[in-house]
Design a protein around this ligand. Structure first.
Ligand SMILES: [Zn+2]
Ligand SMILES: [Zn+2]
Length: 139
């Protein structure tokens, strides 16, 4: 855990935030996180809601509260649609999508959640061929 405030923002830059007391970093493979992230899993950090502030564009933050979920909701930029940090329904945790961070949070991923719910096609990115940018076209 670090006392430093970590900065993050959305794709278009209209919304920015500062988050503190980040204490858990994990990947969630549940179907809700896959839908919300649009990807194989959601890499999220948990922070203290009292240490969280929108530093720019708070009026652009949309919130979706999942009616059947115990804790899950989502937040997003109304302009670019990027996922943004959201508060758990009980108000105890600020869930921060790791891809929105603009700097290293000082902690690293710890574990996978809902591993049994992972996408049937899931394959670890580390096991796939690696290109620095787009793959080079063969002539
Ligand atoms: Zn945006
Ligand atoms: Zn999840």
């Amino acid at each position: 855990m670090s006392d430093k405030k970590i900065k993050g923002s959305c794709l278009c830059g209209e919304v920015a935030y500062a988050a503190g007391s980040l204490r858990i970093f994990q990947s969630c493979h549940c179907s809700r996180c896959r839908k919300n992230s649009g990807s194989a899993y959601a890499a999220n950090l948990y922070g203290d809601p009292k240490e969280f502030t929108w530093t720019k564009g708070s009026e652009q933050v949309g919130v979706y509260v999942h009616e059947h979920a115990k804790h899950f909701s989502t937040a997003f930029c109304k302009k670019c649609g990027s996922a943004l940090p959201w508060k758990s329904k009980n108000g105890k945790v600020m869930v921060i999508p790791a891809g929105t961070l603009d700097e290293h949070p000082g902690i690293e991923p710890l574990q996978n959640l809902y591993w049994g719910s992972r996408a049937p096609w899931y394959k670890s990115a580390a096991d796939l061929p690696k290109h620095e940018g787009l793959p080079v076209k063969e002539k």
